[in-house]
Design a binder for this molecule. Sequence first.
Ligand SMILES: [Zn+2]
Length: 150
Amino acid sequence: MLHFEDFFLTDVQNEMEKIIGPITRTIMMNAAIASGKKLGKRLFRRCADKKEAIIKCINNSGIGKVVNIEVSEKNKEAIVEIKDTVFKRVYKKRGCCTCSYVAGILSGLFSVMFGTDVNFEEVLCESKGDEVCKFVTVHKIGFEEWIRRF
Ligand SMILES: [Zn+2]
């Protein structure tokens, strides 16, 4: 696993935001989805317990520390709570969600796990003062409807 300094990712994000604006998050997210899929294919080849593999991978990568993970392979849904993400460490308090890159990595990993594309959304973020960064799968039925189920 590659280790970066925390600020590498946020420096890229900051520079892109200056030049191209809010579309930056979509680019970071899409790049992360591609990376997460490649990572997932490698991870799951070696490890039978996919959930455990994801926890280990995130905890060892420096992305953050997984404090809760709930997975329904049948419904292709998941909730992942992470503390101290790389973005929170650099941005501290920013008043908004800052971890779209992490959401992208999770989207890629779980897309491989479920065998179908899923997307994660960050619904709570330490950067905006929440206790934890919380990521949930978003399905076609609509995010608002889905989140009401929890
Ligand atoms: Zn966050």
